[in-house]
Design a protein. Structure first.
Length: 315
């Protein structure tokens, strides 16, 4: 008679051969369409800025870990992903030295000071951009038309909507032929990458669905109330950094809730903040602030959404 063999271990009980390195590399691969689109529209500017940001994050992480006498973990792909995400949320006109500085701050302030990968509270790439936004606001709000070598200045679709109510056609937003950060203009490239993450199970669909859904519903209600003043929900979905933020940053497993209910709350909170800032705030965009603010609430969300153990009761 065969004896049954039971394996007893503590949670979590991992059923799939998925580790952090595989996830990091998978997300990096999912960003390839956005990288191609950014280089197509912004040419050499995009290529150089991406290289500089990645070099800045990788070098900073290696040096910082060496100084702390810790094992160098740049091969896990997290530093590369941070640098790539940072580059994709920066304007193409940003000087290369500023991009490198932002990459350094993303690793130091956003990651290593908290103890490294898995311990950071805020998304490192967004911390790097927030640092640059606070230090060099003019540089971070200077935009050019895609494909122009002579740097023809223009405004982003969100800025034109907010300050002059000039609505950019949806097809241009979808394909990416607009001004904006390197990786946020081409919605179709980001959607392709997002679908790849969902199919490979590198991303939970709950946060992007509730994030995008909240923005769509609230902007739709506002548009129905006053179409002469508010933009359509499709405009809000495909403009600015919403797609990039919802699919690749809000879903960061380290800085987002671990519970299913918590992820719904997180996504709704992000969407609400975006709508408030875009329509009544002083800035035309609010994706960065929405994710960082909800990152701060993640520990609280986790605490109050943890399922009750079987046979136990709520305290």
């Amino acid at each position: 008679m065969m004896k049954e063999r039971l394996i007893i271990s503590v949670s979590p009980h991992q059923k799939e051969k998925v580790n952090s390195t595989k996830v990091m590399r998978g997300v990096t691969c999912a960003l390839i369409p956005a990288v191609i689109a950014s280089i197509y529209y912004f040419r050499l500017r995009a290529f150089l800025l991406i290289l500089v940001c990645i070099a800045g994050t990788v070098l900073t992480e290696a040096i910082f870990q060496k100084l702390r006498r810790k094992s160098v973990t740049v091969y896990d792909g997290s530093a590369v992903l941070t640098g790539l995400l940072l580059a994709l949320i920066l304007p193409p006109t940003l000087p290369l030295w500023a991009g490198f500085l932002g990459a350094v701050m993303a690793i130091v302030l956003g990651k290593q000071l908290f103890g490294g990968l898995g311990h950071n509270i805020f998304n490192p790439a967004l911390i790097g951009r927030a640092f640059l936004m606070a230090s060099f606001p003019v540089m971070l709000t200077t935009w050019i038309k895609p494909g122009f070598f002579d740097a023809v200045s223009t405004a982003t679709p969100l800025a034109m909507m907010k300050f002059s109510h000039n609505i950019t056609p949806t097809i241009e937003l979808f394909l990416g032929n607009t001004a904006g950060s390197l990786g946020e203009t081409c919605a179709v490239a980001l959607i392709i990458g997002g679908l790849f993450l969902i199919i490979k199970k590198y991303m939970d669909w709950r946060i992007p669905l509730t994030y995008l859904g909240t923005v769509f519903i609230l902007s739709g209600i506002l548009y129905l109330i006053n179409p002469a003043h508010f933009a359509t929900p499709w405009f809000h979905l495909f403009s600015g950094g919403l797609m990039l933020g919802a699919l690749f940053m809000a879903t960061d497993p380290v800085t987002s809730p671990v519970t299913k209910k918590g992820r719904y709350i997180f996504g709704v909170g992000c969407g609400l903040i975006v709508i408030l800032i875009r329509n009544w705030g002083g800035l035309p965009e609010g994706v960065m602030y929405s994710i960082l603010l909800m990152n701060a609430f993640t520990p609280l969300i986790n605490r109050y959404t943890v399922p009750v153990q079987f046979g136990g009761g709520k305290k």
